[in-house]
Ligand binder design. Structure first.
Ligand code: ZOZ
Ligand code: NAD
Length: 707
């Protein structure tokens, strides 16, 4: 049996080491192990004090999230065991010193708070990130933390879930001392000193000083509630965490823990928590790609180049500079190059104005960017990322030019949104080093990177791209090569369905508000106006001759383009915009344009319900997602979920479109898709995988696990 908690005596101190890689989560066996070892130390007369420490890269990163499903279903002992452990630690007759390196998060910091003293290395981080999983601390965190840091600070920490660096944790009172040098040796010395001092042991749960609420605290908590309420979007946990912390002000510790437990289980059983936990594991699954192992060679990227200083090129350059990688920006045109560089500077300066960068950091990042009009200047780059106009012939020409100058072994990536990576690769003599790096707009903000593998792309190129994504602080998802890859291929039917609803009588702002209420970051028409309706028109020009006969196409692509309604950039699109203001405003002119286009067809307008908007827009996504899985373009349904959450603003608390479909039930989704097919025609033909799973009573999640 693997021993998850180890015990040794060093210099009169019992050292209890949690050894549960990779992050020392409180998996079954760990709390029991700590409890047993604390008892053992207390019974041993040769032991004067106790040190609790984590082995490997971290202290305890929290409860074992894999166990939460069982906990919610009541199939596993509840949290009482953890509460008993923590009370027993506080009641121990010998000082317990918690020695923190890496992370002490969630249940990990709750264990730390039950120790009499906490010391940490300067690089350590603490926090109560449970709200990010849709829950609140469940092992006394909402009651012990305010006793250490005060009610207002505890409410803020529990409601935001942010990580707190050791320096701030010290100032707040979460830890007692920072230690340079060897943590274990320092902790042993600290523990011996506490034992020798003979002072009474400090039990966090008995502290009351910081529970007195001042007017300032009250105001801070009220402000926090407003801020958190605005961002909640259907996730109850942040406000509930504040409620639990506030309860500590005028209730005993035990009453507080009882209240916390009620709220913890209420949140744990919520749909939002199920969705967010699914996202946690899905985000970590994307890095697991068949054929790519720890042994697959990875190229080091020290120098990059980007071709094209437009909307995307500029954002991509910023990603490299932010990661400390020198990057050359090559344009075809001096004016555009100057404009691109000026926008990059303006973006950095705007961030500095918000206090998130210093002037020196802005200059350091700008200094990493070298503008040029000459291909020779990209010869030293380890990676070249192309971001020129979306036109296959132009991209092929540009790739031939890059191939001629780029050094041997350099990766050649295209930021194309839709085009065939194999065709682009065929313009070079090194197709194995060609790959899609599909960033999402705004490229310096959105976390997704679709990594598109062509038929010749080598494992080394893929592994390097995955490692690079992490360095650029993106979530890299490997997908196959087809028109639009995963994200944009699904966006097509989603976008079309939204437009059809408007043609059939829904208002643009009605569709957007239903999608926003569902949890999307933005309504789809607001997104289209942001991306540019001219871009959609251009893509349409590329594919219009290849569209299948008899499939309904949106009516508004040409009229919007002809009228210059490109979106925000021209002050009008699906909405109108006041000069200098990005708020979308409903526009009668647009409505007239739609009515005019619809009048030439047989479409009869009628009232459209919110339910129809949700079902048609979301099931269009799901049906295409199922087709993509059947075509082996995405590895897992959970990869699609991550793509939609990080690339398209899909609400994380819904778990992504495929998880959402699972939560509705695939039988119900399939039946609705069949009904749409009979009402609306062939575009709603159910994907074979959706049909198979619905008939077998299975979910996409089960399909992922069975592969
Ligand atoms: O992994 C990063 C992280 O942020 N982890 C989650 C931290 C967190 O949310 N902690 C709070 C958990 S909830 C809680 O603690 C509730 C509570 O109050 C107790 C209530 C009682 C409940 C009763 C219990 C039944 C971290 C920052 C730690 C490390 O990041 P890295 O980027 O270095 O590494 P990752 O994220 O790739 O992780 C490595 C592997 O570890 C797995 N993992 C991480 N945290 C876990 C966890 N598995 C289970 N539980 C956790 N808390 C992660 O999935 C990954 O696994 P592989 O297989 O993909 O390698
Ligand atoms: P853009 O029109 O803003 O910029 C393209 C730039 O490429 C222009 O500045 C142009 O001067 C430059 N260029 C053209 N030919 C060149 C050459 N031979 N050498 C150097 N520079 C050249 O376009 P964009 O929106 O940045 O899109 C670029 C690519 O990114 C396209 O493939 C597009 O499909 C893709 N993309 C766009 C978005 C988006 O939301 N805009 C999102 C993801 C991907």
């Amino acid at each position: 049996m693997i021993e998850l908690v180890k015990y040794e005596i060093r210099n009169g101190v019992a050292v209890i080491t949690i050894d549960n890689p990779p992050v020392n989560a409180l998996s079954p066996g760990v709390p029991e192990g700590i409890s047993e070892k604390v008892d053992k130390a207390c019974e041993d007369d040769s032991v004067k004090a106790i040190v609790l420490i984590g082995s490997g890269r971290t202290f305890i990163a929290g409860a074992d999230i894999k166990e939460f499903g069982k906990l919610a279903a009541g199939k596993q002992a509840n949290t009482d065991g953890l509460h008993s452990l923590m009370n027993a630690m506080e009641d121990a007759v010998k000082p317990i010193v918690c020695a923190i390196h890496g992370m002490a998060l969630g249940g990990g910091f709750e264990v730390a708070m039950a120790c009499h003293y906490r010391i940490a290395v300067p690089t350590a981080q603490t926090g109560q990130p449970e709200v990010k999983l849709g829950i609140i601390p469940g092992a006394g965190g909402t009651q012990r933390l305010p006793r250490l840091v005060g009610l207002a600070a505890a409410a803020e920490i529990c409601a935001t879930g942010r990580k707190i660096k050791a320096g701030e944790a010290l100032k707040l009172g979460m830890i007692d001392e920072l230690m340079d040098g060897d943590l274990l040796e320092s902790a042993i010395a600290f523990a011996n000193a506490r034992a020798e001092s003979g002072q009474a042991l400090r039990k966090t749960r008995e502290l009351t000083e910081k529970l007195k609420i001042t007017d300032d605290d009250r105001m801070a908590i009220d402000r926090l509630k407003v801020a958190v309420g605005k961002k909640a979007r259907g996730i109850a946990a942040p406000l509930k965490a504040i409620e639990a912390v506030e309860f500590a002000a005028d209730h005993s510790f035990d009453e507080g823990c009882k209240k916390e437990k009620e709220i913890f289980f209420e949140c744990l059983c919520s749909d939002a928590s199920k969705g967010l936990i699914h996202v946690f594991f899905s985000e970590r699954a994307v890095g697991k790609v068949p054929g790519i192992t720890k042994k697959t060679p990875i190229k080091e990227i020290k120098q990059a180049a980007v071709i094209g200083a437009g909307t995307m090129g500029g954002g991509i350059v910023m990603n490299y500079a932010n990661a400390g990688i020198a990057v050359t920006l090559k344009e075809a045109d001096q004016e555009r190059l100057d404009k691109g560089m000026a926008i990059i500077r303006k973006n950095y300066e705007a961030t500095a104005k918000k206090g998130r960068l210093t002037t020196e950091q802005v200059e350091a990042r700008m200094a990493l960017i070298t503008p040029t009009l000459n291909y020779e200047d990209i010869a030293d780059a380890d990676i070249v990322v192309e971001a020129v106009f979306e036109n296959l012939e132009l991209k092929k020409k540009v790739f031939t030019e890059i191939d001629a100058v780029a050094k041997a072994g350099a990766l050649l990536a295209s930021n194309t949104s839709t085009l065939d990576i194999d065709q682009i690769a065929s313009a070079t003599k090194r197709p194995e080093q060609v790959i899609g790096h599909h960033f999402f707009s705004p490229a310096n903000v959105m976390k997704l990177l679709e990594i598109v593998r062509g038929k010749a792309t080598s494992d080394e190129t893929i592994a390097t791209s995955l490692a690079l994504a992490k360095k650029l602080r993106k979530v890299g998802v490997v997908v196959g090569n087809c028109f639009g890859f995963v994200g944009n291929r699904m966006f097509g039917p989603f976008n079309h369905e939204a437009q059809f609803l408007v043609e059939e009588g829904a208002k643009v702002e009605q569709v957007d508000s239903v999608l926003y209420e569902f949890g999307m970051a933005m309504g789809i028409f607001a997104v289209l106006d942001l991306a540019g309706n001219d871009v959609g028109w251009r893509i349409h020009q590329e594919i219009k001759d290849t569209l299948p006969e008899g499939i309904r196409q949106p009516l508004m692509t040409e009229p919007l383009y002809e009228k210059g309604r490109y979106g925000q950039k021209t002050g009008k699109g699906w909405y109108r915009y006041e000069p200098g203001n990005r708020t979308p405003l409903p526009d009668v002119e647009l409505e007239e344009l739609v009515s005019g286009a619809v009048a030439k067809t047989g479409i009869e307008q009628h009232e459209i319900s919110s339910q129809e908007i949700i079902e048609r827009c979301l099931y269009a996504l799901v049906n295409e997602g199922a087709r993509i899985l059947g075509d082996n373009i995405a590895l897992r349904s959970s990869d699609i979920d991550i793509i939609y959450i990080y690339g398209y603003g899909f609400p994380a608390q819904r778990g992504g479109p495929m998880f959402y479909a699972d939560s509705i039930g695939l039988k119900k989704v399939y039946e609705k898709v069949c009904q749409f097919e009979s009402d609306q025609g062939e575009r709603w033909k159910p994907a074979p995988l959706l049909k198979d799973l619905a008939e077998a009573g299975k979910t996409f999640g089960e399909w992922d696990r069975e592969r």
